[in-house]
Design a protein around this ligand. Sequence first.
Ligand code: JB8
Length: 274
Amino acid sequence: MRVDIISIFPEYFAPLDVSLVGKARERGILEIRLHQLRDWTRDVHKTVDDTPYGGGPGMVMKPEIWGEAIDAVISEGRSALGVPAGAPRMIVPTPSGRPFTQETAIEYADEPWLLFTPARYEGIDSRVAAEYGSRLRVDEVSIGDYVLAGGEAAVLVIVEAVGRLLPGVLGNARSVADDSFAPGPMANLLEGPVYTKPPVWRGHEVPEILLSGHHGKIARWRRDQALRRTLEKRPELVDRLDPAGLDKDDRKILAEFGTACGVSFRARPHDVAN
Ligand code: JB8
């Protein structure tokens, strides 16, 4: 996979040399190219921003600079990849984008070429997404309901989530299959607790079942733990479970918590107040 990142802070991406993503790059599974947006400015001050039309606080990133940068990076990439008409999937982090989820990560892991355009200030002039939206697939994505000072940290998050899904990146392919949010029998459940040696640490014991060697019972226990943890921490995920994927033991746990077959009977603040 090729990844291009255009930013006014290319130094921000130093972590991409490290650990799992760094190894994927060394092994040639992932090629990441960083570009300084200011290289496409023409004025002495290397200006990338201007005041917003209509007034209001902050500054907006100028469309011409982004246009020049994106055109150049796409041309360069086409030559390097030997795809004269190829086009990257363009990903623009913004708090007003569609949620980036594990499903999105899986989708991106199938793409040969991604282009990230993280902004600073109040974001990029909206005509840039409009312009490239008619030429490439442009996704405006949000990594969560909080506001960062710029899109760079979001790009780090997305590249790591996608990078670990690339074939040959994770040593143990099973760890992807067992992920929280991974498709399969545990789909939409959080992962339960994990333990390693020693069997007792500062008086805390590893649950006996895990030492028993009963693989069937261990799988059942893990599913119970996953369900309980999900009910506790992310009850809204339980509402999205496929009732057809629930067995008798699952339904017993759900009933204990006041839910049945993915249909919630929990009181909401509105119900309590009225
Ligand atoms: C300026 O919170 B975020 C995010 C915040 C931003 C920009 C991009 C993304 C650009 N602030 O995902």
